[in-house]
Ligand binder design. Structure first.
Ligand code: NAD
Length: 544
């Protein structure tokens, strides 16, 4: 194959289909859901392209109907991690040498398969196992993932084109971007199918090989992603699928000398554990593992007195409750001037009264259930705490029902205490806490917003006057890696708002950007001298 410097197609964001009644996509998705729901599949590990059945089975269930088992999956143990590392090492020999254009071709093909025949399969899988509505699945498992694949191939070519600026005669300076030596350990969360796929795809695109441990509650969609990679022509062993108990799998991979990097999205606690384990083991690695982690958040909406109250109320409702508040970017605390809060509250309450919750295969629902029993219990505990607290009350919602699915009603807690528990801690459910503040204390309240939680993922400010907006944006400069002005803090789009946070929210390597891909390559600087010197003395050493 030629080594010509081909250009990849100029990426554009995938158009979001709307699933309106009568649309072709709605009919296709409904039929796919029906077919997939009727089956209970068996999911093997996939190591070096081989299906491995360990016999140690666990269930994948629907969050909104937890008695419905959609799949039974085989769980890996430490011996399978060892096999996966071996298979990856074997694949590395050819994949890391594969011309980048050919690697791009695999992922561009995957994007087209996903835009076409795989779209409704992945959407249905994401609805069934992660409890997303059709629209939330469409923007995640279809559009965001397609965007990741198309944009990242373009960013990859920018990296390879990046060469030293100067080569004084008679030399030629070059940069060679090599794959990392060893394997990348991708550890992925339940809440975005696109994130899970991208945590594997972006290192693989750069010539690396991957061990993929999906979340226990997203194994089903993960398995369908593996089928997508296979159909797109990804060679066996480049991405190895090893679901199972996190601690055992984690320890086996993290202790291996060939660990070249960790690509993680999930909670802050888990990432801090991974970082510590790697630190403790640092003498034993072949190279310093690259650590990329996008972690927890306590995302805010901060309103100025001059805010458009309707726009603010819509942002609070959409920002807090879509996908049951389980987006890492979901608004979970709001600071609203006490002067406008009564009006904002009235509008938020009216909108919340219209939010429908239930089985996501009923397309009229706005939202489904939270992911699992643990999340249901956690949300219930925060609601119970607010019911008892002297400094907080439930303004709206507050019901829970775990009998059929893990349903938590969208809930607004109102507090007089800016340090109230649910103003500070990540809940990861459909619970928004509002602190009405005295508008005469804008500066102090901005300071509170900045310092209340250890996180800095997303945040939004609302207001009209440009001077006020500038002041708020400046004061909250380090409070969020993704910052919104007069818009909800969710819904980042690849190629438009690269995503990631700072402080305890992550390493801010911005998924879906060149910054992220740079982590998965190791540059070799090459100097060639066309006319090397033939004398060893330097001029200052010569006789005068
Ligand atoms: P989690 O930390 O519970 O799990 C994430 C992954 O880590 C899972 O695959 C899990 O099995 C694995 N894991 C857990 N313990 C491990 C161990 N000891 N060794 C190896 N792997 C281990 O997170 P979750 O509940 O899946 O996702 C929700 C969290 O993710 C929230 O905190 C949310 O804010 C965060 N999140 C952040 C972003 C972002 O971009 N910042 C995006 C999505 C989710």
């Amino acid at each position: 194959m030629s080594n010509a410097f081909y250009k990849v197609p100029t990426p554009q964001n995938e158009t979001i289909l709307n699933y309106a009644p009568g649309s072709a996509e709605r009919a296709e998705l409904k039929a796919t859901l029906e077919k997939m729901t009727a089956e209970t599949i068996e999911i093997p590990l996939i190591i070096g392209g081989r299906e491995v059945k360990t016999g140690n089975l666990a269930d994948c269930v629907m969050p909104h109907n937890h008695k419905k088992v959609v799949a039974r999956y085989h769980q890996a143990d430490a011996s399978h991690v060892a096999q996966a590392i071996e298979a990856a090492a074997e694949a590395w020999k050819t994949w890391s040498e594969m011309p980048w254009q050919e690697r791009a071709g695999v992922f561009l093909k995957a994007a087209e398969l996903l835009a076409g025949p795989y779209r409704q399969v992945l959407n249905a899988a994401t609805m069934m196992s992660q409890g997303k509505t059709c629209f939330q699945a469409e923007i995640d498992s279809a559009c965001e993932l397609i965007d990741f694949l198309r944009f990242n191939t373009a960013y990859m070519t920018e990296i390879y084109q990046d060469q030293p600026l100067y080569s004084p005669a008679p030399t030629w300076n070059r940069s060679e971007h090599r794959a990392l030596e060893g394997f990348i350990f991708a550890i992925t969360p339940f809440n975005f199918t696109a994130i899970a796929a991208n945590l594997c795809a972006s290192p693989a695109m750069m010539g690396n090989v991957v061990l993929w441990k999906p979340s226990d509650t997203a194994v089903y969609s993960g398995y369908h992603i593996m089928k997508l990679w296979h159909e797109a022509g990804l060679p066996d062993g480049v991405i190895n699928f090893i679901p199972g108990p996190p601690q055992e799998i984690g320890a086996a991979a993290l202790n291996h000398r060939d660990l070249a990097g960790v690509h993680f999205t999930g909670s802050t606690k888990t990432f801090q554990y991974l970082w510590k384990s790697i630190g403790d083991n640092i003498e034993n690695y072949r190279s310093y593992p690259r650590l990329v982690g996008e972690t927890g958040g306590k995302d805010f909406i901060f309103a100025h007195e001059s805010s458009d109250v309707q726009a603010l109320a819509v942002a609070m409702v959409r920002g807090a409750f879509e996908f049951s508040g389980q987006k890492c970017s979901a608004a979970s605390r709001a600071y609203v001037p006490s002067t406008i809060w009564p009006e904002v509250k009235k509008r938020v309450g009216a909108m919340m009264a219209e939010l429908t919750m239930g089985d996501v295969s009923d397309f009229s629902n706005f939202m489904g259930a939270v992911i699992d029993q643990r999340s249901f219990d956690k949300c219930s505990a925060y609601i119970a705490h607010a019911r008892e607290a002297a400094d907080a009350e439930i303004a709206f919602g507050g019901d829970t029902d775990g009998s059929t699915g893990f349903f938590v009603q969208p809930t607004v807690i109102e507090t007089t205490n800016p340090h109230y528990k649910s103003m500070c801690e990540e809940i990861f459910g459909p619970i928004l806490t509002v602190y009405p503040y005295d508008p005469a204390k804008l500066d102090e309240t901005l300071e509170l917003c900045d310092s209340t939680s250890p996180y800095a993922l997303t945040g939004a400010i609302f207001g009209r006057d440009r001077g006020d907006l500038v002041k708020m944006a400046d004061r909250l400069k380090h409070a969020a890696g993704n910052f919104y002005i007069n818009d909800k803090p969710t819904g980042a789009v690849v190629g438009q708002q690269p995503f990631g946070g700072g402080r305890a929210s992550g390493t801010n390597d911005k998924a879906g950007s060149r910054l992220n891909l740079l982590k998965w390559t190791s540059a070799r600087s090459i100097k060639e001298n066309f006319v090397p010197p033939h004398q060893h003395p330097y001029p200052h050493m010569l006789d005068s």
